[in-house]
Design a protein around this ligand. Structure first.
Ligand SMILES: [Zn+2]
Length: 443
């Protein structure tokens, strides 16, 4: 809506300019000035859509990065689960191994008891056999046999002796069998233990590899996060750039409006002067009307709104102080402005008439003000940085020499100074329009 009105009125002004080829030069140049403002606005529009698409690209990259982070995160979750599974299994195996070891110990104790028992029994049997020989025990056996009253009785007695011997032998055999059984069982359990220990070793290996995989994923996630942070920072820079461009567009629209009003007022004044001159010419009826008209308009004491001309008079020094750093390359890199340093409370003033594009705090510029100017048909942008305070707001109209703030040391600044930039045309992030103010602005 607003835009269409401006376009219409611009068209009217332009149309007026083009049909008045034979009219005074000021009118044609005024039309050119509006033309220039309009083309500046177009350029800013293009830059803005460039920034807009960069912002979109960055947003896309951020969401891609976030998607990647999510998949890495779920990989990490999967690995975490696998690791805790492995740990649980290892714990289980540890328990089984401990149980098996206890069983082996128990079996060993049982075997030891049996071995001891067999040993004692053997000794007992040996002692008994020795006793038979030494004390005539064997004789007693023979006596027992010899004492038989009949053959039947003898057989019975032999059987009894054999039974006693056999019983001893059976006990020994049983003991031996028990011992063999226990040893067999012990071997089985030992095999079981070996297999458990092998499984545990495998699980430990698996855990180690899972941990290594997880460490790698953690590293990847950290690098993705770092990348995302950088993209956010880049986005912030683009957003700041976009805001300045948007504000610049608004300031230029305002400058166009002011220029239209100034032209209308100038036309009104010119008409008044022409009428006055015509009346005077009729009264005096002297020399040519044309020359009297021009001399009258020059000597008139009424408030004349003169078009800004390309002259040193259009600019003024923005602050008092010494020039501490010039324009161009220096050790810290390209310097896109000049520095004016002074101590105490130093007022900063607008270097020319204009419209405040932006008045804000920037992490690099500190308290900063951007002003759009239209001088002699050329647009300029001035930047005032590191201020202690700002006294004008965005969109405000300022006049040459009007105080806009106080010199300071805010943002990326080392010592109180004013960092002053002059751009021919509009400001852009690459600062490709920055020019040396010396020779234009009296410094
Ligand atoms: Zn500087």
């Amino acid at each position: 809506m607003k835009k269409s009105i401006i376009t219409l009125s611009l068209a009217a002004v332009l149309g007026f300019g083009s049909i008045t080829v034979g009219m005074p030069i000021e009118k044609a140049s005024a039309a050119n000035k509006l033309n220039d403002l309009n083309s500046q606005k177009e350029k800013i529009n293009q830059q803005r859509s460039g920034v807009e698409s960069k912002l979109n690209d960055t947003d896309k990259k951020i969401s891609e990065n976030q998607g990647e982070q999510q998949s890495v995160q779920s990989e990490i979750e999967r690995l975490d689960k696998a690791i805790s599974d492995a740990l649980a299994k290892i714990e289980e195996k540890n328990q089984e191994i401990a149980d098996t070891k206890k069983e082996i110990e128990k079996l060993e104790a049982e075997i030891e008891i049996l071995v001891e028992r067999i040993k004692k029994r053997n000794e007992l049997l040996k002692d008994r056999a020795r006793n038979y020989q030494e004390t005539g025990g064997m004789v007693s056996y023979i006596d027992v046999l010899m004492g038989a009253q009949s053959f039947g009785d003898f057989v019975e007695r032999v059987g009894a002796v054999a039974t006693i011997v056999e019983a001893d032998q059976d006990i020994l055999k049983a003991h031996q069998a028990d011992k063999d059984e226990l040893e067999k069982k012990q071997n089985q359990v030992k095999e079981e233990l070996a297999s458990l220990e092998k499984m545990r070793a495998e699980l430990e290996g698996m855990k180690k590899s899972l941990n290594a995989q997880k460490a790698e994923k953690d590293k990847l996630l950290a690098s993705l996060k770092h990348e995302e942070e950088e993209m956010h920072a880049h986005k912030l820079e683009l957003a700041e750039e976009n805001e300045i461009l948007a504000a610049q567009e608004a300031a230029l629209q305002k400058a166009i409006k002011l220029e239209q009003e100034r032209q209308a007022e100038a036309a009104r004044q010119a008409e008044l002067a022409r009428q006055k001159a015509a009346a005077e010419a009729a009264k005096k009826s002297s020399s040519s009307a044309g020359s009297s008209s021009s001399s009258d308009s020059g000597s008139s004491s009424s408030p004349q709104v003169s078009a800004p001309s390309v002259s040193s008079g259009a600019w003024t020094r923005p602050a008092a102080g010494r020039l501490s750093s010039g324009f161009g390359s220096r050790s810290l890199g390209e310097h896109f402005g000049v520095d004016i340093a002074a101590g105490g409370t130093v007022p900063i003033v607008a270097a020319a008439d204009g419209v405040v594009i932006r008045s804000y705090y920037s992490s690099s510029y500190g308290n900063a003000i951007f002003i759009a100017h239209s001088v002699g048909g050329q647009t300029y942008t001035t930047v005032y940085a590191h201020m202690r305070s700002r006294s004008v707001g965005s969109g405000q109209t300022v006049s040459k020499g009007q105080q806009i703030g106080i010199m300071g040391n805010t943002g990326q600044s080392y010592g109180q100074h004013l960092h002053f930039e002059l751009h021919r045309g509009s400001w852009n992030a690459g600062k490709t329009n920055a020019i040396n103010p010396i020779g234009i602005v009296p410094l």
